[in-house]
Design a protein. Structure first.
Lengths: 256, 256, 256, 256
């Protein structure tokens, strides 16, 4: 892989997670700092009006439009695992991707990527039949739509096998295990709260394609996109710090 | 208008109105007899799995795939009028059209038309701001998507003004008023239950571009598509009778 | 009516309007200042967990527990009028009242009152068949449950005729018309933003049972409860100012 | 236990599983043959109008009114397991029980029992924290409400420990394992389709408090209520056969 490639990275963020009268997130503040928006599609958040406004905001900021499909669980914000069949997963993806694509089309844009939300993201990442259904869905959407998934996961391997464009996602602010998986949230070090440390982890992922695990092991990771947690208080400050450092080191930020 | 044009008509039918464990309609029986399917999109009926299966059924029968968007009212089957703004209508159309288009795309097909469901159909037909939003939505969907609306309604005039492809819908089994509007359901003669009479009304609409009102007046109507009520017991029999008569008179049945 | 009675008033406020991951209102701050809580019941806001917490908060503050039933419209926050039958209204009330009553019972308390939300409140206030269904529902709930409705409305007259306990609601911060109805929101003076003016209007309602209309006419009103708009920035400050003035004048605040 | 007690059994059936325009079940046909109705409460089926009608039907037939609470999953008919916390389960039970109790009260009746639906029934049966939350919910509902749960399950033990009235449920038409649990649906013999065999199993449960497992072992079971699967074609015929046999043997059918 050429050096040029290692010098460009995508910054993605979940967007459009308001619903009707309820507001969530600071979309307008965060949007200028990212390259990919994962837009809620109505199943955990994101009523039609919110999708339209979020797509518009993305277009105005030159940000790539993705769909952020979820299990059908408005009441639980898509955070509760649910036993669904691979076919049910496939159907959920197509439906929600289509809905967001409708607004993208109406705004003169295109659907760029799919990144699952919450429990669906975690459930499908390392489940073979669900990963398979996921890859099949993105393939059937066609049009060059890219699958964003956990770097090093079964889903990424699945996408490769199906010939589906896919990009591995890394987390600057999450601790990693020796096998390259995320440390469970309960564990000490699972969340990285110091900005400097998170920036350093991001840089290592981009420049060296590695992450240092909680127990100190250097692990290879194939990260094409970094996740920015937009619902956290310091999201904008962190995004700025990250981009400042990237600029200083000649790393570009753009959607894959 | 040339004679050839008067010799082709579209037969449309609402489809995919099951939901989860609940079944409705006889889609598999009706589909072979129509040329356009209006597929429920999840807001009054039509969960994602049902949409997928209905799209597949349409593709297998060479039937044009339309979306049948509704007010958000699963509990009321989209039959209860709801005070929504033109912008809300626009958003509802784009969302639901996109969702069905997603399944069409995944099946190698395209979204062909939009026909509103239930209360939304009636509310928007002769309301200027809603008709306007409707036309704007179909225009923004682009790709040649056609708007099906009540023949002679404000919505048809609106579509014309916006340069949106539109087709007027006629009803073989509904009584008409002198001004070309449908007789309210309570009124005597509002529903035409004799097959022969309904077939005759359909023929007049297609061949002479007229309908005879309940009080006997011949009224001009611009009908490009006839609505088949698929949820009625005799739907298949009526469709066959209609097509037999059409064939006998050299009238072709195909989607616009 | 004795002077003692005119010296007691109820302060009610809509409560529990969060939903799942989304927060709304400052319930914990407002609760200590009111005597009646109208708790959202899941149809425009208020998931089961939120109802439970809000009921607990009311119990802890000695506040009467009411249900705040809505049209079924989470996406529109119950603000969009919907054409429902009187029977549908009846069913919506019983269902939502029962649900909140379940939590009240589990907390060792009782359901005290019913006050409709948003579009349902306005639709039913002066519609005879809907008001009738409303009164019938509250009667069937039994157990002394009280109906809160717009003072002077058809609904209040209806409740009286059905022998249903009912209390008229007044608004300190809304302008009134000569016939005792609320000035439409668009109209100049419809919203009273000066605290002193709103306090004065509240006092006149409580002490003199009158309100001065926007054109200066003194109109009789039978107000047993005042509505506090809890979602407005100055809600707590206004509640305190009101209660300070009430205390100074020997007016008690308690639920009917 | 005295002989008299072994000579009375409850027949329960899931009821009110229509939703809006969609019909399910043959409630009016089945109701005369059962003693307990488990009424869907809006989360997997059962809109408010359906609940009202079903409660009325139960009252008219002298059938005890129970609630049939579900995970929040209309689209999946409550059949998909969902990872919920014990507190979430508690809240779901109170909400749905309250809603059905509201209609019971309005019809001059009372809520008699709680029996969970679908995935919730299975998830909670042998999960200690969920069973505990279940027992706590039924206790907090108070008023003598009875918990129906899988005979011999953790939930039954839990209810006993909490001092909650509880009744074990047996299945005439399901195969059992040596440990008294139900044979998984995939397994040979899991479903008993011959009427005579199912009647015999019911009789053994009632008269001898035993069931013969698929591998031939006689297992003790404490069954106070038998489940009738109302959605199956032969439901009414089976209920009649069962009751004929019960009558012949002096076994009464009544709610606990």
């Amino acid at each position: 892989m050429s050096q040029t490639l290692t010098r460009t990275i995508d910054l993605n963020c979940d967007m459009g997670e308001s619903y009707g009268a309820w507001k969530m997130g600071a979309d307008a503040e965060v949007m200028p700092h990212i390259s990919s928006a994962n837009i809620a599609a109505g199943f955990h958040a994101g009523d039609p009006a919110t999708i339209r406004k979020t797509v518009r905001l993305a277009v105005d900021n030159g940000v790539a439009i993705g769909v952020h499909p979820s299990l059908p669980d408005i009441m639980g914000f898509g955070r509760r695992a649910m036993k669904i069949s691979p076919q049910e997963l496939y159907d959920l993806i197509i439906y929600q991707a289509g809905a967001v694509e409708g607004f993208a089309r109406a705004a003169g844009a295109k659907l760029h990527h799919v990144k699952c939300h919450g429990a669906l993201y975690n459930m499908a990442a390392n489940d073979q039949p669900l990963s398979d259904a996921m890859a099949r869905a993105v393939k059937d959407l066609g049009g060059g739509v890219i699958l964003y998934g956990l770097a090093g996961s079964t889903m990424m391997a699945c996408a490769k096998r199906h010939g589906v464009p896919a990009v591995g996602e890394g987390f600057a602010d999450r601790g990693y295990m020796n096998d390259g998986t995320l440390a469970p949230r309960g564990q000490a070090g699972a969340l990285i709260e110091q900005e400097a440390k998170a920036v350093a982890q991001a840089l290592a992922m981009v420049e060296q394609r590695t992450v240092t695990s909680l127990s100190g092991k250097r692990v290879a990771v194939e990260v094409g996109t970094l996740c920015l947690h937009g619902d956290q208080p310091g999201a904008v400050a962190f995004a700025k710090a990250l981009r400042r450092e990237f600029t200083a080191r000649g790393i570009g930020v753009s959607a894959p």
